[in-house]
Design a protein around this ligand. Structure first.
Ligand code: AMP
Ligand code: ZN
Length: 114
């Protein structure tokens, strides 16, 4: 989508710190990290949120396969543990409407709260 921030990042029109890429998935460092490691995994195919993404072919599998590959083979995250979060809509505090999965780790995280 031409006016989508993350589509612009995928196309290189807006700079990002890329950490992983394959045919279907792009991942980069979150600009305001909420943990010592904080990455965003996105599908190259634009959808607005996770509920739209799950109806769009195999995108969810592609995302989680990329997270598995990255966390196991390029970081210590799989060994030490990490968290995957996707925010949806107003109550979920979604701010960018290109589906994305936050991968957080690199330190001990706290339990969920509000
Ligand atoms: P959410 O609130 O779940 O929609 O998450 C959006 C995330 O995108 C936030 O964690 C932001 O810090 C992050 N973000 C926004 N703009 C950029 C950018 N240009 N590069 C990297 N991360 C960004
Ligand atoms: Zn997009």
């Amino acid at each position: 989508m031409s006016d989508c921030l993350f589509c612009k990042i995928i196309h290189g029109d807006i700079p990002s710190k890329k950490v992983y890429e394959n045919e279907n998935v792009y991942a980069f460092k979150d600009i305001y990290p909420q943990a010592s490691e904080h990455y965003l995994f996105i599908s190259k195919n634009h959808t607005k949120d996770v509920n739209e993404l799950v109806t769009s072919g195999n995108e969810l599998n592609h995302i989680f396969a990329a997270i598995k590959d990255f966390t196991e083979n390029e970081t210590e995250l799989a060994k030490n543990g990490f968290r995957v979060v996707t925010n949806m809509g107003k109550h979920g505090c979604q701010t960018v409407f290109h589906t994305h999965f936050h991968v957080l780790g690199g330190e001990q995280l706290s339990s969920f709260g509000k």
